[in-house]
Write a protein that binds this ligand. Structure first.
Ligand code: SAH
Length: 234
């Protein structure tokens, strides 16, 4: 099947359905997240980024189902509603510097890039980082940098960051990420042990540098892996 054989009307209809579901999910989880509605900018980014271009060829029709999907190398592209929620909780604007840990397919990266600002994304699996970098550049996102690296170290050369988003789950908040969060900054991160309930957690640093944490929502992310594992997977 060539790229021109995709039924664009079907994709557009599926995308509209997905946006309605995301809005409904936001209302249903408002007690947990404190947000019954996502911003217009976030919903516009969700509408614009072509999710089917971030999944494997055989998964294109499923790209707009509100579920996570496999992207190979034992990794997944997150559920659209979770991508929207995490993006919304960062309260981004065009002057923000954003650090993302776990580029994966680059889908979340593209949604962040749509909101302006500058996005720095780290991925520990080289075979995912390369294709994601190419895909994002090919789609015209020139406010994105993707690098192979270990998210536990963050990206000190480019910090501090106004926002940090982590899309793999460590057990505890990595110290380097707290250090690289700017005063007034916001970090959204899933925390928990493998095979146990993880909690999406909002970490904020006030202008005096005081850090506080707020549990949001039970979630299921792939584990964030440390250095030695990085090499074995790659
Ligand atoms: N945001 C991605 C989904 C990522 S799945 C998307 O939209 O497609 C989590 C990703 O985190 C995986 O690609 C995994 O390889 C990566 N990852 C796990 N541990 C990491 C670490 N220590 N540093 C950087 N990336 C890591």
């Amino acid at each position: 099947m060539g790229v021109f054989d995709i039924d664009q009307d079907k994709l557009a209809a599926a995308r509209d359905r997905l946006l309605a579901e995301i809005a409904a999910n936001a209302r249903e989880t408002a007690n947990w997240t404190g947000r019954s509605q996502f911003s217009d900018a976030v919903m516009a980014a969700m509408a614009k980024v072509p999710r089917h271009e971030f999944v494997r060829r055989e998964d294109i029709v499923a790209a707009y189902v509100n579920r996570p999907q496999s992207i190979g190398h034992g990794q997944t592209i997150s559920q659209p509603y979770i991508v929207a929620l995490m993006t919304n909780l960062l309260d981004l604007n065009a002057s923000r510097r954003v650090l993302e840990i776990g580029t994966g397919s680059g889908y979340q990266t593209a949604v962040l890039a749509e909101l302006g600002g500058k996005v720095f994304s780290l991925e520990c699996v080289d075979k995912l980082a390369g294709p994601a970098r190419k895909r994002l550049a090919g789609m015209g996102y020139d406010n994105v940098e993707v690098q192979t690296g270990d998210g536990f170290d963050g990206w000190p050369e480019q910090g501090p960051f106004d926002a940090i988003i982590v899309t793999a789950a460590p057990e505890r908040i990595p110290d380097a990420l707290v250090e690289q969060l700017a005063p007034g900054g916001r970090m959204i991160i899933p925390l928990g042990r493998v095979h146990e309930t993880q909690f999406l957690t909002l970490v904020t640093k006030d202008t005096d540098g005081r850090v506080s944490e707020q549990n949001m929502l039970p979630v299921a992310f792939v584990p964030m892996v440390r250095g030695p594992m990085v090499r074995r997977i790659g």
